[in-house]
Write a protein that binds this ligand. Sequence first.
Ligand SMILES: Cc1ncc(COP(=O)(O)O)c(C=O)c1O
Length: 306
Amino acid sequence: MNKAKPENVVLGAGSQEILRNAMRAFVSPYRHLVTAAPTFENCTQMARRWKFGIQEVKVDSACRLDLENMISTVRGAGLIFFNNPNNPTATVHGIKTVTDFVERVRRISPDSVILIDEAYHDYVTDPAYESAIPLALATPNVFVARTFSKAYGMAGMRIGYAIGQSDSVKPLARFKMPYNVSVFGVAAAIASLNDPQHIAEERTRNTAARQFTVKALEDLGCKPTDSQANFIFVDIGRPAREFRDGCAKSYVQVGRDFPPFENTHCRISIGTMDEMKKAVEVFREVLRPTAPAPNAGKSGISGLVR
Ligand SMILES: Cc1ncc(COP(=O)(O)O)c(C=O)c1O
């Protein structure tokens, strides 16, 4: 395996700085962005604001990135944004699929840069998944973005990084602020990298709370995707706004709208087990079927709250 050297890494004030500088470095009015819908929107928003071309490919029926359809849009792209696991749908692709995708892009459009955003890497339990960092170190025009904002709990420290071949990440450095990261952020990042046990415990805690919440939602007749993150994307069979407003009355906050799924799906962040037990009580109340209307039997109207 290739070992990373300092020239393989560019630090950012959070991985958002990496994403933003990737947009500046690789996308232009002549080189479009390929991304998914829905996915983490930073790149899409920047492309809209700067009037760059965008190919937004809707996720597939399992809410996974639709790689087949993405491939058909990559020719001539400046940047391909590949969020794995994908926020907000919580799904992953295994390393073999990622490697095949990268190889196909390299054949069709060798100058296009592939950004694999692994912000939620530490929460994945799917055995088919592996980080794409070794792939990025071995392959031109591919890099991985990582952050200390999620499992490491250091969002306020604003530290993340890009890692790949030096020629792939060097263009990012051209756009960074001269003193973009703080000594506190760097010191905390180094300390946490030296404490892998902490991340293992965080993954175990998240997995247990995630399994509990997924099961509770399934028991309520909802359909969560195969969550590999610290949030769940779930088909609740009604507009997210309705569910959100209902939960808010009991002081439980759930995610905002994620078009094109705003009328069916909601994103729910995983807290501690105690928090999720309380939240599930509220979900039960909000999703509870209402008492049948007096004429329900005759008219065939369902008793479910819609
Ligand atoms: C997929 C993904 N990438 C990147 C980020 C940016 O995080 P940060 O700038 O805090 O590293 C987020 C934040 O929500 C995210 O969900």
